[in-house]
Each structure stands twice: as C-alpha cells, then as structure tokens.
Design a protein around this ligand. Structure first.
Ligand SMILES: NC(=O)c1ccc[n+]([C@@H]2O[C@H](COP(=O)([O-])OP(=O)(O)OC[C@H]3O[C@@H](n4cnc5c(N)ncnc54)[C@H](O)[C@@H]3O)[C@@H](O)[C@H]2O)c1
Length: 251
C-alpha cells in the first residue's frame, strides 16, 4: 500500500485516464478526490472505489477549480498528489475553417484549466512543503498535427506550464511532470476516429493502429502505470519533464 495516508486529487476522473489513475491510487491506499463535470458518470465511477470522494466541477471555471481544491482540503486537510488531467479534443478542421470559439473552448479546458488547477494546488502543497503533480499533455505537446491546432497549441502550453511549475515547486519539495500519450483507446480516441471519417471510424482505428511501431493503441491502464509511477516516491528525482508514452510512434 505505497499510497497509504496520501491524499490525491484527480481531474477528469469519471472516465479514461482519470478513472484508471483513481482506481490504481485507491487500490494502493490513497484517499482520492475525483473531479469531473459529468455528474452522473462521476457518481457511478466513485461508488466502486473505496476512499473516493466525488466532486462535480468544471475545470475551466475559476471558482469551481478553487472549489474542488477547497473541498479536498476540507475533507482531508492536505493534498499530496495531483493528476491534472481533464481535457477535451474539440473540433478537427484546418485553421482556416475554425471559429475563434473552437480555439477558445479547447484552450479554456486544456490550458487555462490546467493553469488554474496548478495555481490552486501549488498554494496548498507549498504550505506543507511536499507534493507530486502530473499534468496530462499529449504527443501533441511535442509535434504538430494538421486539423488539430487548438489542441496542439493547448498541449504545448501544458508542457510549458509543467516546466514552470517544476521550477517554482522545487524549493518546496514539489515535483511536477507531464505524461504525453500517443494513441490511447478511450472515448476521446474513438471520437477522433469518427471525426476523421464518420463513415468508417473502424477503418481509421485500424490504420492508426498499424501506424504505431508497437502495432496497437495503448490502454488507459498503461498510461496510469506511468502517471502513478511519476506520482510515487520511486520517481523522487524526476521533475520538470514531459514523458512520452506512445508505442515508439515518435521515436
Ligand atoms: N485518449 C488519447 O488518445 C489521449 C492522448 C493524449 C492525451 N490525452 C489527454 O488525456 C486526458 C484524458 O483523456 P481521456 O482519453 O481519458 O478522455 P475521456 O474523454 O475518456 O475522459 C476525459 C474526462 O474529462 C472530463 N472532462 C472534460 N472536460 C472537463 C471539464 N471542463 N471539467 C471537468 N471534467 C472534464 C470528461 O467528462 C471525462 O470524464 C485529456 O487531457 C486528453 O487530452 C488523451
């Protein structure tokens, strides 16, 4: 039980990576404050996990971010671990066909939401002079992708925020890293295959799988393995980096 006595906050916890990380952390003894805006799905997800506290919040709204952090502190008195993960894919289209609102919507969740979460949680962690944070970036943080500019821009921002937070947190014993997943089989990945070709999403899925050197999509559990390791004491000298997990796609 390597997370016995630890308090974690996980955003985007109702599904995908957030649920996989919440599952691992609770199984290994942590109390997990599970944050998501999808209230019904969150209730169901948290009900199956011992030591989980569901908190409905939208990470793109400042008062709700400060609210989920306040609820975690009220319930457990501290925050040791933070998986700053909630994100959306937005609409895929060339820049010339996007509305400014398409950009703003993705930026609000994937970049501003990550910044606001870091700001609020770092304030708490600085008080008790310890903590580990993992932000969810993407391979879109290290390369471009045609028709995906708002997402790519926001994920580059997550890599930058990770570096800054690691430098600001280091004097307080706080480590900050990011995971940068490639193609991982979650709802988000399935929505993207449908956006690329609504008539044949399975064909897109197969071709995408074949383009990965390891020959398949990853799983949310595989991403959780990396994120949980980065949150653990085993990663005590790892900070400030964005870690690819992509089946060698970007090798
Ligand atoms: N699946 C992939 O291939 C992939 C690859 C790289 C990065 N990512 C990133 O991983 C993260 C998790 O994605 P996933 O694949 O698990 O997706 P998912 O859609 O399965 O899960 C995302 C969760 O976040 C929640 N969420 C979305 N917007 C929110 C908001 N404003 N406030 C609170 N909760 C919100 C959703 O309700 C959902 O439960 C995202 O940041 C995504 O960009 C995913």
């Amino acid at each position: 039980m390597r997370f016995d006595g630890r308090v974690a906050v996980v955003t985007g916890a109702a599904a995908g990576f957030g649920l996989a990380v919440s599952t691992r952390l609770t199984a290994e003894g942590a109390k997990v404050v599970m944050v998501d805006r999808a209230a019904e799905q969150l209730e169901k997800a948290a009900a199956g996990l011992a030591g989980a506290l569901p908190v409905v919040a939208d990470v793109s709204v400042e008062s709700e971010v400060d609210g989920y952090v306040a609820k975690a502190v009220e319930a457990h008195g501290k925050i040791d671990l933070f998986f700053n993960n909630a994100g959306i894919e937005g609409r895929m289209a060339p820049m010339t066909e996007l509305a400014v609102e398409d950009f703003d919507r993705v930026w609000a969740v994937n970049a501003r939401g990550v910044f606001m979460g870091l700001r609020a949680v770092l304030k708490v962690m600085k008080q008790h002079k310890s903590g580990a944070i993992v932000n969810t970036a993407s391979m879109a943080a290290i390369r471009g992708a045609a028709t995906f500019s708002p997402y790519v821009a926001a994920k580059h921002a997550v890599a930058g925020l990770t570096r800054c937070a690691a430098l600001e947190g280091a004097p307080f014993g706080i480590r900050v890293n990011a995971v940068a997943p490639g193609h991982i089989d979650t709802r988000m990945a399935r929505d993207l295959t449908a956006q690329i070709n609504p008539d044949d999403p399975d064909g897109v899925f197969e071709r995408t799988s074949a383009s990965v050197p390891l020959g398949r999509y990853g799983t949310a559990e595989e991403v959780a393995n990396l994120a949980v390791w980065l949150l653990s004491e085993e990663a005590s000298y790892v900070s400030g980096a964005t870690h690819l997990i992509d089946g060698a796609l970007n090798a």
